[in-house]
Design a protein around this ligand. Structure first.
Ligand code: CP
Length: 314
């Protein structure tokens, strides 16, 4: 298919074909990353700006690396040291970056819809690197890429997402994307950490971890946001660990070769035991590696758009 979309704002709006096109392009990018010289000239002369209003290790650094692997320049704007602290608005900041010659902006912001707002105001591609509790599309795409790589397919796979579903943009994007590609998605959480009418998103809902992970192919654990403790979502971390912390012995309930995922950052000993996080069944580091390939694919598709040709990435 010819890529026509200007922005990547979320997986709710993408079609099955578009998601498959991204995953296929990411495979070509991963092949590049396996070469002795891990760089192609595809985006030479282009500038990708990272505009992060919230902290990030993986997303920010892998977008920056993805740009460099495609020979684009990458510039990270340190929001705390920018004119944002003098009151400059998000839109004026983005328009300034556009005037400086940016070819794409990657934005993470605490407000749902911030990436969409920006995309409506600038004429360069905008990539959503997480907008509040709304969506984190590049994380879900790298999760889907990893599932396809580990399990050979996504359609028909039983996938459990465990943890703070209510406040998780990762969960929301995964649910949209996985459903479009034909997976059977379950969510597992205490009732207080489930959004109202979550089943309307097309998931099976469990409040019991052992019941929910029975016969699943993939378990995707979410970070328990410790800052929420004491706000009535769960009594104590110790209690959460007792009922929802995944340990190696739990895996006997799932399918034999179950794949354990986590978007990171992980809380060792809370949502996942240290032993399990370091085991062969956990693919947490593979997810990070795949994040570079997926973000290369997105920069390539969005910046080159309809002008792209297959030779550019061979
Ligand atoms: N998974 C994820 O978004 O990690 P960062 O917050 O480190 O980017």
């Amino acid at each position: 298919m010819v890529w026509e979309r200007k922005n990547l704002l979320g997986l709710e709006e993408l079609s099955k074909d578009e998601i498959e096109s991204i995953l296929k392009t990411a495979k070509s990018m991963k092949d590049i990353l396996a070469r002795p010289i891990k760089k192609v000239p595809t985006l030479r002369g282009k500038l990708v700006v990272n505009l992060f209003y919230e902290p990030s290790t993986r997303t920010s650094s892998s977008f920056s690396l993805a740009a460099k692997r495609l020979s684009a320049d990458s510039m990270g704007l340190s929001v705390k040291k920018s004119s944002v602290v003098k009151g400059e608005s998000l839109l004026d900041t983005a328009k300034t970056l556009q005037a400086l010659g940016a070819d794409a902006v990657v934005i993470r912001h605490g407000i749902p819809g911030a990436a969409k707002l920006l995309a409506e105001e600038v004429n360069i591609p905008v990539l959503n690197a997480g907008d509040g509790v709304h969506e984190h599309p590049t994380q879900a795409l790298l999760d889907m890429y990893t599932i396809q790589e580990e399990r050979g397919k996504i359609a028909g796979q039983k996938i459990a997402i465990v943890g703070d579903i209510k406040h998780s943009r990762v969960a929301r994007s995964n649910i949209w994307g996985l459903n479009k590609l034909g997976a059977e998605v379950r969510v597992i959480a205490p009732k207080t950490l489930l959004p109202v009418e979550v089943e309307k998103l097309g998931v099976e809902v469990y409040t019991d971890l052992e019941e929910g992970i029975k016969d699943v192919d993939v378990i995707n654990l979410l970070r328990i946001q410790r800052e929420r403790q004491g706000k009535g979502f769960f009594p104590t971390i110790r209690e959460y660990v007792k009922f929802y912390g995944l340990r190696k012995e739990h895996l006997e309930l799932a399918t034999d070769d179950v794949t354990v995922m986590h978007p990171g950052p992980i809380n060792r000993g809370i949502e996942i035991s240290a032993e399990l996080a370091d085991s062969n069944q956990a693919v947490i580091e593979e997810q990070v590696t795949n994040g570079v390939a997926v973000r290369m694919a997105l920069l390539y598709l969005l910046i080159r758009g309809g002008s792209r040709d297959e030779e550019a990435i061979t």
